[in-house]
Design a protein around this ligand. Sequence first.
Ligand SMILES: [Fe+2]
Ligand SMILES: [Fe+2]
Length: 193
Amino acid sequence: MTDPDLLARDRAAAEALLFEWVSSEALRRHCRTVEIALRAYADALGEDADAWGNVGLLHDFDWERHPSVPAHPADGQPVLQERGYPDWFRRAILSHADHAGVPRESALEKHLFACDELCGFVHACALMRPDKLQGMEPRSVRKKMKDKRFAANVDRDHIVRGAAEIDRDLNEHIAFVIAAMTPHAAELGLQPG
Ligand SMILES: [Fe+2]
Ligand SMILES: [Fe+2]
């Protein structure tokens, strides 16, 4: 039997489950980006970076097979349970969707929500720039947030609420996520030039 808390920290197991359920490169990359942001926040806060990272990696693992609301993320829950993921890990994943009705209480839950949409938005903003993430300023991201036609599928209100839930100034939160993603630019398809 696997110790649930050990499994929660096992990156190879999390990645194997993600790759088994998700074939889309874009979705794999989104999950990886949220992992990167959560690991960085966990490091900054003295939390468990391996566990936080794996929650990020798996938060949307069921989306490709259940690409609708409210099926996602509820439908992935029995799978995570069968694999042996602990309750707190599954609850964090469930809480990232408002419609699941699970209030975000732990720091992990709040940071997952805060990073989810912002990671996708920063990625979209970076793709528009020749230097990609390099030299990217929060104010340029804020400007893009006001442009309703740009990355129209990203919920701006989610980003604003996310920063509020982790008690961070939005610009500071955006700068943190940009800084977290920058060392991984090549892997995220954001190599300058
Ligand atoms: Fe999701
Ligand atoms: Fe997501």
